[in-house]
Design a protein around this ligand. Structure first.
Ligand SMILES: [Zn+2]
Length: 462
């Protein structure tokens, strides 16, 4: 591993060389979903971005431990459960399973661990006790609060002056708080609410403490990379740092903080009030997961991505091009031991520059289409497949890609097309050229392009 790898660290505000604390065990924690509803496309962005990063890390280091939590204690979950009159577990199991399947459809590999909050109450309670013992947290009216004034570096990640912020916010401050910026580690539950026994009575943890406790339980006190969406920097990640650092006597919590940018819809912020929230589960009904993934990787992860019909159509065409090149190499055995080209790897290792990496991949597709001799073809095929593997793309057979159902309604199914092409082949065997053309034109009118090649007929959705 000669080439250094660089990651932009939100904490320092600049790109830094990534050097793991222990190259024998590289650790990454990414904040996961609160499972009370379907994930929207903005939720999918960190999943895809950090999936690519985990693939890249695994390429460089023999042992990578990637943790993405499942938040299964939350007031929104409580609300959904009481609305249906079921236990919270019914809601969280249902939406955790849907989340898993939807993200898998986007080509995201399973993290090594997906811990649930309900399975880490002892660790959470122990950490809160530690914070109280060290003078960073206090109990008041059944609540336990983290005292932000007890941690001098509070606000460092987000660059916020917490005191000034609170002075200007004019928020109504709960009477049990010593300071407006103090945040909840534990809160009491009513008899009707889910709750767990604790030294402070029956209650439930606040949101932030879960990530600190689960990161420690699975990865240790200091982790290499902590990731999430840009919107988590404050207060969630700021609070995670305060909790973990103070519970561990000042030890660094996460060494590299990575945050992905926002996802807009048609240049607008996605929001319920605008009514433009796109659910992954719905999108997958008409758009192949691989297209969605490519859209999410088209921009650099720190930049905003704009989701719109044009970029979806464009991404579909790009995959047609890549799979088209691979289809031409269907009979070629990929060269053994050949990996993605250096320029491709260097792009990814430069703060996950996926736009540049994709440009290299398209360069390979162009080279594939021009390649003359067998050795070149074998090398390029191996390079394309390996580059695709790192991006989580091109992992299906070209034929399977071209058989994908199209977005627009009215196009025939793959089975229908195959049946018509069988008729067309029959017509051609009988030299009924007019009939052959009629079937081809009829398919074209329905959005299916047929090509005749030396290996027979090929088709794809236009
Ligand atoms: Zn978190």
């Amino acid at each position: 591993m000669s080439r250094p790898m660089y990651l932009h660290n939100t904490l320092s505000g600049r790109k830094e060389e990534f050097v793991p604390l222990n190259p024998e065990r590289v650790t990454m924690y990414v904040c996961g979903p609160t499972v009370y509803s379907y994930a929207h496309i903005g939720n999918a962005r960190p999943v895809v971005v950090f999936d690519v990063l985990s693939r890249l890390l695994r390429r460089r280091y023999a042992h990578v431990v990637y943790v993405r939590n499942i938040t299964d204690i939350d007031d929104k979950i409580n609300a959904a459960a009481s609305k249906e009159g079921v236990d919270i577990r019914v809601i969280t199991d249902r939406f955790a399973a849907i989340y898993h399947d939807d993200m898998a459809a986007l080509g995201a590999l399973d993290p090594d661990h997906t811990p649930r909050v309900t399975e880490h109450l002892p660790q959470i309670i122990a950490m809160i006790e530690q914070l109280i013992a060290r003078g960073h947290a206090y109990e008041a009216q059944g609540h336990v609060l983290f005292h932000t004034l007890s941690y001098a570096d509070y606000g460092k990640l987000s660059g916020r002056d917490e005191q000034a912020l609170m002075a200007g916010a004019r928020v109504e401050v709960a009477p049990y708080k010593k300071h407006a910026g103090d945040f909840v580690l534990w809160k009491p539950s009513s008899d009707a609410q889910p709750g767990w026994d604790s030294p402070w009575g029956r209650g439930r943890p606040g949101w932030h403490i879960e990530c600190s406790a689960m990161a420690e339980a699975l990865l240790g006190e200091t982790i290499d990379i902590h990731g999430g969406g840009h919107d988590l920097i404050f207060p969630h990640h700021e609070n995670e740092i305060a909790q973990s650092t103070c519970a561990h006597g000042g030890k660094t919590f996460a060494r590299y903080w990575l945050h992905n940018g926002f996802l807009n819809i048609d240049s607008q912020k996605m929001s319920k009030s605008v009514g433009n929230v796109l659910l992954v589960h719905e999108l997958l009904k008409t758009i192949p997961g691989e297209v969605i993934r490519l859209v999410l990787l088209t921009g650099h992860y720190r930049q905003p991505v704009d989701w719109n019909d044009e970029i979806v159509a464009e991404s579909r065409k790009k995959l047609d091009r890549l799979y088209g090149a691979l289809r031409e190499l269907a009979d070629v055995e990929p060269a053994a031991g050949v990996t993605a080209p250096e320029a491709f790897l260097a792009a990814l290792e430069d703060d996950l520059n996926t736009p540049m990496a994709l440009a290299e991949l398209f360069e390979l597709a162009r080279a594939a289409n021009k390649a003359g001799d067998a050795a070149d073809k074998a090398r390029i095929k191996a390079q394309m497949l390996d580059a695709g593997r790192l991006l989580g793309l091109l992992q299906q057979e070209p034929a399977a890609w071209f058989a994908h159902a199209p977005a627009a309604g009215g196009a025939p199914t793959a089975e229908e097309i195959e049946a018509l092409l069988a008729q067309r082949a029959e017509a051609r065997r009988n030299k009924q050229w007019a009939e052959s053309d009629r079937i081809r034109d009829a398919l074209k009118a329905r959005g299916v392009l047929v090509e005749d090649s030396k290996d027979g007929q090929r088709w794809r959705y236009a």
